[in-house]
Write a protein that binds this ligand. Sequence first.
Ligand code: ZN
Length: 379
Amino acid sequence: MKTLIKNARIISPDVDIPNGAVLFDGKKITAVYLEHEELPAVDKVIDAGGKMVVPGFIDVHFHGRSGHDFCDGNLESLTIIANDKIQDGVTSFLGTTLTVGEEQLSAALRSAAEYMKAPTGAKVAGIHLEGPFINPKCLGAQNPEFIRKPDIEMVKRLNAIYPVKKVSYALEVEGALEFTQQLLALGITPSCVHTAAPYKDYLNASRYGFKNLSHFCNQMTPLHHRDIGMVGAGLLHDEAYAELICDKLHICPEMIKLVFKVKGAEHIQLITDAMRAAGMPDGQYDLGGMNVIVKDNAARLENGALAGSTLLYYTGLRNVHEITGYPLKELIKSTSWAQAQALNLPGVGKIEAGFAADVLILEDDFTPAAVFVDGERKL
Ligand SMILES: [Zn+2]
């Protein structure tokens, strides 16, 4: 089936085309047309009315939505999460786990395998293990009960259930450097977080190809003038890919501006790190067995620590646009293209012939007006 979206402002990395058109054939984009180019005969025409048409967002780090958490470990929860992420403009994501026991992790990964047999909403592009190999002194909202040393055999067991694309751990814990090399050998992206590691740990790991930092700045060695830590490493090393939670609570607007100014959008991955209260009213929620209170959109443990966000993906892009004022053809690199590069996800992140027809039509305030996943309209 051939679908044409016409009268579109097409925004893709380094591209901003007014009055363009995008053609899908089945699951793929097959052509992009400039203004005045002759349009082909198709099965279905959608008039975007001059609205923005952008690549579908990829959320590589979030735990839940609509009252459900990926670690609930059942098909029903994951189906609700994946269906509702569509409303936020997310066409694929990494099922992100918490620091919980292996049995619970296995159940979550089984739910991903089951869901992807017949996906109804956003696609699960793989798994992101956040923990359990973290520094117990940098918990944030991770449960200390389940922290363990890096264990590649455990990762292999989980990877056999559903492909693990990314593991976030602390670079300073015993065995982390060897673990980094083992992950890279398996084609899994290693990333550092919940860490107090000094800068030298980044340098040592980077010699093997390490270059990812999860929820950059949060639960991470801050910038200090005698040891620049992991935040300094992320700013100094152009090749470093930084995940950023842009809800204006986890990181202040000035820091968001600074990170974009120093790194550019190409190496920034907007994430939500949302927990199950995203898309839900204020109240009490569970996160990995811990009680979380959500008030005025901020999710916190009883001790006041931030416990994930309630951010909806497109709101993060809107915030970054307001804060930086950067052109959209730049900012749009941080919503799927950087993720695709950091994780070696082929064929996603651009509006271009040959890429997946994961496409959004956005209102002026970035709210999704239409969402296509593999060429199929989901919203
Ligand atoms: Zn975290």
